[in-house]
Design a protein around this ligand. Structure first.
Ligand SMILES: C[S@@+](CC[C@H](N)C(=O)[O-])C[C@H]1O[C@@H](n2cnc3c(N)ncnc32)[C@H](O)[C@@H]1O
Length: 238
């Protein structure tokens, strides 16, 4: 399969904002893939994620801040590039956040969105990945952490199409898996499920989520897991 992130090697990112940076996973991709950048700012609302990401990037030109994407503390047009990866379905108000991302992007600047989706023709092993996301999202929601089910492909495109963008390119891709029952990755997913079930068992009214978690473990053992299909969207602000 063609590595879609390879096309990023053409990019000179300038001042880059990685929105909802989490544990800095996409900052690693920017570092590996972009031709150049002058600065990367990662922002996330979670203190825990920020503390984790801060330790990963000792470089002077990479900084991580705790900040709400619904109210970004940067002036209009500050960034040359804005990225948001694996995070649209984690947002309380996707349209508001995308509006803020566009506000802080300079005219002509690059917006990069990458996001998994739940519909279309996906294998049984990919459905395991999607089901797992949806189980975790229910658990986050009962803990008052915004986390929607993953979107359909057209919903993601719909969010982007509402924005004042030009030169929009959309790549639809997935990472093929030779063996969805590969022991190491299945074991790690099962460990995650088991730890989450233990946490659920200490909470009230979670018996249906515990049952769902056990069904997921059976599914991972029987079918395995593979990454869901995803979109990579690149576009420039008008
Ligand atoms: C799946 S994680 C990020 C993953 C990472 N960007 C990657 O590429 O794998 C989603 C992140 O969105 C963050 N988030 C959700 N709502 C947010 C908001 N309003 N402002 C900032 N971060 C937010 C969460 O705290 C979480 O760390």
């Amino acid at each position: 399969m063609k590595d879609v992130f390879k096309q990023l090697s053409e990019l000179n990112g300038g001042k880059v904002l990685d929105a909802a940076t989490g544990r800095g996973e996409f900052i690693q991709i920017i570092k590996q893939s972009f031709r150049s950048y002058t600065q990367i700012i990662g922002i996330d609302v979670s203190e825990k994620a920020v503390a984790h990401a801060e330790k990963l990037f000792p470089e002077n030109n990479i900084e991580i801040f705790k900040m709400d994407l619904e109210d970004i503390q940067y002036e209009d047009g500050y960034f040359d590039t804005v990225t948001i990866s694996n995070s649209l379905h984690h947002l309380g108000d996707v349209n508001k956040v995308l509006g803020e991302l566009l506000r802080v992007l300079k005219p002509g600047g690059l917006l990069l969105v990458t996001e998994m989706y739940r519909d279309g023709k996906q294998s049984e092993a990919q459905s395991t990945h999607i089901n797992m996301h949806h189980w975790i999202s229910k658990i986050d929601r009962i803990s008052n952490i915004p986390h929607n089910e993953t979107f359909k492909k057209d919903e993601i495109i719909g969010f982007v199409n509402k924005l004042p963008l030009k030169n929009v390119s959309i790549e639809d891709f997935y990472y093929p898996t030779d063996n969805p029952k590969e022991v190491k990755s299945c074991e790690s997913l099962i460990r995650n499920c088991t730890d989450t079930i233990k946490r659920l068992e200490t909470m009230d009214n979670t018996s249906s989520l515990v049952t769902e978690g056990k069904q997921l473990i059976n599914r991972i053992n029987e079918i395995g897991c593979a990454s869901a299909s995803r979109l990579l969207i690149l576009a420039h602000k008008q």
